[in-house]
Design a protein around this ligand. Structure first.
Ligand code: M6R
Length: 601
C-alpha cells in the first residue's frame, strides 16, 4: 500500500525523505519518488521497483537550507507499476503525491483534457495537480485553489502538494486514508502516512481527521474542515521505532487485526461504483463460457476458498469445488475447459498453490488469482489477478489477508452473479459489502471482555469451533488461528456433524466455541450446541441472541446480513486466539515451526 512522507525545514531533505520511505517499506510498494522545492526550484526523481533504485538515482542530489520535500511509495491501483505512474505527478509549476483512490477522476480528467491539459500517467492521482493549477490559472489564490480542488474530489485520499506559487508551503488533505503531521522545537514540520517515519524527529503529532485539509509552513499549520478553521490537537509521539512499526500494539498480529477495517476499505476502493461491482481486473474473462469454478489454496487461503464456494453457488449460481493444493497436485484431476481455475494466496509464492496453477495452465484452463502480493510468482503466471490490497502482513498467523480475500471473493461472486440475482438481492449485497469496514472496527469493550475470558481457556483437552454454512469455514479458520499461535489442539467442525463422532469427546474439559449467527440456520446450530451442552461440554457462544446454556457468552451486533455476522465473528475468534496465546507467553508473531511463506512442498 502507498506511503507518504513530507518535510518542511532546513534539514538535508533527500536523506530524510528516503529514510522515511524506508520506514514505510514494510507496507509494500512497486515504485517510489521524491520532489524537493528549494529556492523556487523543484527537483524530482522517480524509480520503479525497489527503493534502492531511487537511492541510486538521487545519489548526487542534496538539498541543504530551508525547503520543502514530499516523497511517496506507490502500490499500483490505477495504471501499471511503471516509472511514469510513480508519484509525484506534476503540472506546470506544482507536484503532488497521493494515497487512496479518486473515484471521480475519469470525469475530472475528461473535463481537463477537453480544456487542453495533457496527462502523462494512467493514474487517478494526476488529476489533483492539474485541477489545482487550473484554479490558480483562473486567478484564485493558491489556498483557495487547493480548497476548490479538494472540494471537487470524491473518494479516499491523503494528499501532499507543493507549488512554486506558494514556495514556503505544503498543502495537505485527508479523507479515509491516514495522514499525520508532526512538529518539533526546531520549527521543523513532518508529514507521514503513519508515524513510523516521524519517530526520532517529531516530538508531537496530529492524527488528521477525515475531511480535513489545509496548508503549513515553517511557522504555522492551518487546518480546515468544511471551510471552517479548526483547532490543532497535538499528541506526544512515542520515540521507539519498534513501537511505531507496531503502532503501539503488542504484536503485529494484533495491529493487523485492528487494521482490518482500513484494509477492507482499500479492497473495496474503486470496486463499487454507482451501486454496482466494478472489477476491471476480470473484464477480459468471459464468465458466460464457464460452468464451474475450481479453487485451489492452502491454509487460511483454503478457508477463504471454502467460504466463497457458498457464495459462488448462492450468488453466482455457478458450480464451485474447492481443493487443498497439496492434494490436488497428485490426484490426477479431471480438468475441463469450461472450468475457471482460481487460486488464492496471500504471499503468491506458496509452492503447492503455484504448482496447482501451473497444472491448470498446462491443461489450457483460464486462470485467475486472488493475491496480496503484486508481481509474485502466482500473479505473474495467472491470466488475471484480483489484488486483495491488505498491505504487508507480518504476523505468521494470517488475519487481514483472510479478511481481504473473503471480501475480494464476495466481490467476484457478485460480479459473476450480477445478471442472476434479482435487483433487491443485489442491492442488499452491495449495502452489506459497503458496511464491512465499519463491522471490522474493533470494539475495545469486546476486546477487553475476550482478554478477561481468555484466562479460562488455557487448559482443557481441546477446542471445537463449530458453525454451519459459511460459519463452518470460519470455524475452521478460528481453530487454525488458535492452534497456530497457542499450540493448543483445536478443530473446526460443521455444527451438524458433531453427533457423527466428535461428540464422544464431550465433557467439561472440551471447549466449544459456537458460532451462532441469527441470519443463518440459528435454530439448527442452537440444537447442535444444546446436544453438546447436555454432555457437559464448556460452551463459549458467540451470537447476537442470548443463549442461556452458554458458560460464556460474547454478544455480537444484530446484523441483517450473514456476511456482516461472519466478519464480526471472525474478529472475535482472532482476538480469542491472540489473547489465549499472549497469556500462554507465546511469540504470537513468530509461532514455532511455522514460516510466513511456504515455498517448499
Ligand atoms: O501465502 P498463502 O496464502 O498461499 O499461504 C497459505 C498458508 O500457508 C497460510 O494461509 C497459513 O496457513 C497461515 N499461517 C495461516 O495463518
Amino acid at each position: 500500500m502507498c506511503g507518504i512522507v513530507g518535510y518542511i525545514g532546513k534539514r538535508e531533505k533527500r536523506e530524510f525523505l528516503l529514510d522515511g520511505l524506508k520506514e514505510l517499506e514494510y507496507r509494500g510498494y512497486d515504485s517510489a519518488g521524491i520532489a524537493v522545492l528549494h529556492q523556487n526550484e523543484i527537483n524530482y526523481f522517480k524509480a520503479s521497483g525497489k527503493l534502492d533504485n531511487l537511492v541510486e538515482k538521487t545519489k548526487d542530489f542534496r538539498s541543504i537550507g530551508f525547503g520543502l520535500g514530499i516523497a511517496h511509495t506507490r502500490w499500483a491501483t490505477h495504471g501499471k507499476p511503471t516509472e511514469i505512474n510513480a508519484h509525484p505527478h506534476w503540472g506546470e509549476f506544482s507536484f503532488v503525491i497521493h494515497n487512496g483512490i479518486i473515484e471521480n477522476y475519469m470525469d475530472i480528467k475528461k473535463d481537463l483534457q477537453s480544456e487542453g491539459v495533457v496527462f502523462l500517467s494512467q493514474t487517478d492521482s494526476e488529476v489533483i495537480v492539474h485541477l489545482f493549477e487550473k484554479f490558480v490559472n483562473l486567478g484564485f489564490e493558491p489556498e483557495t485553489a487547493f480548497e476548490k480542488t479538494i472540494a471537487s474530489l470524491k473518494g479516499a485520499y491523503a494528499i501532499l502538494l507543493i507549488s512554486k506559487v506558494a514556495s514556503q508551503k505544503i498543502f495537505f488533505a485527508k479523507n479515509a486514508v491516514p495522514l499525520i503531521i508532526g512538529k518539533n522545537e526546531e520549527d521543523e514540520l513532518f508529514f507521514g502516512s503513519s508515524d513510523a517515519p516521524l519517530i526520532g524527529f517529531a516530538s508531537e503529532v496530529i492524527y488528521l481527521e477525515d475531511g480535513t485539509y489545509g496548508w503549513a509552513n515553517e511557522k504555522e499549520i492551518n487546518l480546515y474542515k468544511d471551510s471552517k478553521q479548526i483547532e490543532l490537537s497535538f499528541k506526544l509521539l512515542n520515540s521507539s521505532k519498534i513501537y511505531a512499526q507496531k503502532d503501539g500494539y503488542r504484536f503485529f498480529m494484533e495491529k493487523e487485526i485492528y487494521e482490518q477495517s482500513a484494509v477492507t476499505s482499500e479492497t473495496l476502493m474503486g470496486r463499487i461504483k454507482d451501486e454496482k461491482v466494478y472489477l476491471e481486473e476480470v473484464e477480459n474473462l468471459d464468465f458466460s463460457k464457464i460452468d464451474e469454478i475450481k479453487i485451489c489454496a492452502c491454509g487460511t487461503s483454503y478457508h477463504a476458498a471454502l467460504t466463497s464456494s457458498y457464495l459462488f453457488e448462492r450468488i453466482s449460481k455457478i458450480r464451485c469445488s474447492v481443493e487443498i493444493a497439496s492434494e490436488f497436485r497428485y490426484k490426477k484431476p479431471l480438468l475441463t475447459q469450461k472450468t475457471l481455475f482460481l487460486v488464492i494466496s496471500q504471499s503468491g509464492e506458496t509452492a503447492d498453490t503455484l504448482e496447482a496453477l501451473k497444472m491448470a495452465k498446462r491443461a489450457g484452463l483460464k486462470t485467475l488469482s486472488i493475491c496480496n502480493v503484486d508481481n509474485s510468482s502466482i500473479v505473474r503466471i495467472s491470466d488475471a489477478t484480483i489484488l486483495t490490497r491488505a498491505g504487508i502482513e507480518k504476523g505468521v498467523a494470517s488475519t487481514k489477508a483472510f479478511a481481504t480475500q473473503v471480501l475480494s471473493l464476495w466481490l467476484l461472486a457478485l460480479h459473476v452473479g450480477s445478471e442472476k440475482i434479482d435487483e433487491n438481492e443485489y442491492a442488499s449485497e452491495i449495502k452489506a459489502m459497503r458496511s464491512i469496514p465499519e463491522v471490522l472496527r474493533v470494539d475495545e469493550k469486546i476486546h477487553e471482555k475476550i482478554h478477561r475470558l481468555s484466562k479460562r481457556y488455557l487448559h482443557g483437552h481441546g477446542f471445537f469451533f463449530i458453525g454451519r454454512d459459511i460459519f463452518f469455514p470460519l470455524a475452521l479458520e478460528g481453530a487454525l488461528k488458535l492452534k497456530e499461535i497457542s499450540y493448543l489442539h483445536a478443530e473446526g467442525y460443521p455444527a451438524g456433524e458433531m453427533k457423527h463422532g466428535p461428540i464422544a469427546l464431550a465433557d467439561s474439559k472440551l471447549f466449544t466455541i459456537a458460532l451462532m449467527p441469527q441470519t443463518m440456520l440459528y435454530e439448527k446450530t442452537k440444537s447442535n450446541v444444546e446436544e453438546l451442552s447436555a454432555r457437559d461440554a464448556t460452551i463459549l457462544a458467540i451470537s447476537p441472541k442470548e443463549f442461556e446454556l452458554a458458560d460464556d457468552f460474547i454478544k455480537t451486533a444484530p446484523h441483517e446480513h450473514p456476511m456482516s455476522e461472519f466478519f464480526e465473528m471472525m474478529v472475535i475468534t482472532q482476538l480469542l486466539a491472540l489473547e489465549i496465546s499472549i497469556r500462554l507467553g507465546n511469540d504470537v508473531d513468530m509461532p514455532r515451526n511455522l514460516a510466513k511463506s511456504v515455498t517448499v512442498e
